[in-house]
Design a protein around this ligand. Structure first.
Ligand code: ZN
Length: 478
């Protein structure tokens, strides 16, 4: 008995070691770990917007590498080259393209990271294994003119991603021709989405959104779309391990003019990857890293066929995107009073880093929304903005500025040249469109917050200054 028991235990022990090994293998199926990512991450791309000048020297450098075969596909309407990079010689073909919307450059940085990963010395085994199983074609920055202008559109004003049928833009024609020549099995369509998307009913940002685009109004699932959904199942597993809760599914309404939907109709298993916002991550470096990991994992999953193990229920379980579910700033429970009617409201502020302006976007019960920055104003009352009229030269240091704010002045009027701001805080001078007795939608987010002891905080163009701590609660746009 004892011998048999020992045998049984030993057997159980072996079995658990075995299943542990399997689990570790499953978890490490993504070969690009966060630590490893830091080694291959391309420097100098941590910026809000990339244009062709940012990637041109990197492309030139990789062009020397025999692993990468470069071909100039043509040029944008304004004459900037559009390149394709072919990697590997396997039978299964993957086409990935980025930045067809010029102001969506997150994945372009991830493609540069991917090139670094593949070229890196420690990846010899990876290359030997996967580059005989797949052929990869990358087209980074399909819309360099839009990138240079920081615009979604090309230089002719055309949205390239609504030009898949009309093909009036040279950039759209180049992308379509590349797909027709290459005949990929899989297409990875790399975009950015605005920072206000939430994951389903949660108040978390959709840092990544995925979609297997439909090829008809009925959203039918053919063999190609099924494979795309299954690959997304593997992507979901990776994202649940790396950043649980921040994955959503993009709107799946059929978009006849778009490239993803058109490629899906051409039998290409197409996956849309949208990079979104994340707290304290203005330049979307979180989404960029996840893109790089998704790209490496996709090569492995497609090369091995591992995605075929995924049930469609994994794809279907991803919650949809909720546009506007996230606000820049939410001030909760702020007291207001109108004609003797007291109320506690939530107030949402939208920040525009371009114009350095913050505006009131919404008022009321905003408990269903998440935010990049939140402040609980319980016990505080709205106090209307009031101008300090500049009549002579005034130099503000932190103490002098806070003293004026405590006296109830929120901004300055008059000759702006009279004011020298040497404080650490923003000043608002001659603002147009302030709220009055109560906060109003679309007005500038400049007012004071007070309790019975006096003014405690100032909202200055959307930035919240705590007078007692003499500190901004968050820097602009962070
Ligand atoms: Zn886009």
């Amino acid at each position: 008995m004892q011998g048999a028991l020992r045998k049984l235990l030993a057997g159980g022990f072996v079995a658990s070691i075995f299943s542990l090994t399997m689990a570790v293998q499953a978890m490490t199926m993504n070969s690009l770990s966060p630590t490893q990512y830091n080694d291959i991450k391309q420097s100098a791309l941590d910026k809000p917007q990339l244009d062709y000048d940012d990637i041109a020297p990197l492309l030139l450098q990789h062009q020397q590498n025999p692993l990468f075969q470069f071909t100039q596909l043509g040029q944008s309407a304004l004459g900037t080259p559009i390149w394709q990079i072919d990697i590997g010689h396997g039978p299964v073909k993957i086409l990935a393209w980025s930045q067809m919307h010029g102001n969506e450059s997150t994945a372009t940085a991830a493609l540069m990271d991917l090139l670094n990963f593949i070229a890196a010395e420690p990846q010899k085994n990876w290359r030997d294994n996967w580059l005989s199983k797949v052929s990869i074609r990358l087209i980074p920055m399909v819309n360099p003119d839009g990138a240079a202008a920081g615009s979604r559109f090309n230089s002719m004003g055309i949205d390239i991603n609504r030009d898949a049928k009309a093909l009036q833009s040279p950039e759209g024609r180049i992308l379509m021709q590349a797909a027709k020549d290459f005949k990929p099995d899989f297409g990875l369509n790399l975009h950015d989405q605005n920072r206000f998307y939430a994951v389903g009913d949660t108040n978390k940002q959709a840092t990544i959104s995925l979609l297997a685009p439909a090829f008809n109004e009925e959203k039918d699932i053919d063999e190609a779309r099924k494979k795309a959904m299954q690959l997304i199942g593997d992507m979901r597993d990776l994202l649940q391990a790396e950043l649980p809760g921040y994955l959503a599914k993009y709107n799946d309404t059929f978009s006849w003019r778009s490239f993803g939907d058109t490629f899906a109709g051409m039998g290409i298993s197409t996956v849309l990857i949208e990079s979104g916002g994340h707290p304290r991550d203005d330049n979307r470096q979180v989404a960029r890293k996840l893109n790089a990991q998704l790209l490496v994992m996709s090569v492995e999953s497609i090369g091995s066929g591992a995605y075929q193990q995924q049930p469609l229920s994994a794809y279907q379980a991803i919650p949809f995107n909720r546009d506007g579910g996230i606000k820049d700033v939410l001030i909760r429970n702020l007291g207001i009073s109108v004609n003797g009617n007291k109320a506690n409201i939530d107030l949402a502020v939208e920040l525009d880093t371009g114009s350095d302006q913050g505006r009131v976007r919404d008022i009321g019960d905003l408990s269903v929304f998440g935010a990049y920055h939140q402040y609980d104003a319980s016990g505080l009352q709205y106090q209307a903005p009031k101008a300090y009229a500049l009549s002579k030269a005034l130099t503000l240091d932190n103490a002098a500025y806070i003293a004026l704010l405590r006296q109830g002045y929120s901004h300055f009027s008059g000759d702006a040249k009279l004011l020298v701001n040497s404080s650490d805080f923003p000043v608002v001078i001659n603002p147009k469109g302030l709220s009055t007795a109560t906060p109003q939608r679309h007005r500038l987010a400049t007012f004071l917050l007070r309790n019975e002891k006096g003014v405690q905080l100032a909202l200055l163009n959307g930035q919240l200054l705590d007078l007692n701590r003499a500190a901004l609660l968050y820097p602009f746009g962070s």
